[in-house]
Design a protein around this ligand. Structure first.
Ligand SMILES: [Zn+2]
Length: 132
């Protein structure tokens, strides 16, 4: 299941960042940007995240997903449109098939809230690595 590997990667990354910070006692919430075209179902990801957190420092943490709409731009006429779902990847203006995807493939931790023993340090934005 794709969502499970994404959930495990998120847990891994947050646990590693918490480890580097050194004084984290609990993780409250993780905010994740999920692109419309990332191939991840947010509800399913939330469910997998709960399972992946069990027995780790993240146990009980809340996953907040932020949907990022897919947008594409036509190389020929520079028209920009929302690709929607299922994605439309041919230009609605000139029917061009050479398009650049501007957004929608995001899968990125944008914020982590945790409790720390001492000064809290917030990890920086880190993309989730593609599936191996
Ligand atoms: Zn076009």
């Amino acid at each position: 299941m794709h969502e499970m590997s994404v959930a495990l990667a998120v847990v891994d990354q947050v646990a590693e960042a918490a480890d580097r910070a050194g004084n984290v006692t609990a993780v409250r919430s993780v905010r994740l940007q999920v692109g419309e075209l990332a191939g991840v179902v947010p509800d399913s990801l939330t469910f997998c995240f709960e399972l992946a957190c069990a027995g780790t420092l993240l146990e009980g943490a809340e996953l907040v997903t932020e949907a990022v709409p897919g947008r594409a731009q036509c190389t020929a006429c520079a028209h920009e449109w929302a690709v929607g779902m299922p994605p439309r990847l041919t230009c609605p203006v000139c029917d061009g098939t050479r398009t650049d995807l501007l957004s929608g493939r995001e899968l990125q931790i944008v914020d982590v809230r945790w409790e720390a023993d001492g000064p809290a340090h917030t990890p920086t934005r880190e993309p989730i690595p593609e599936e191996r």
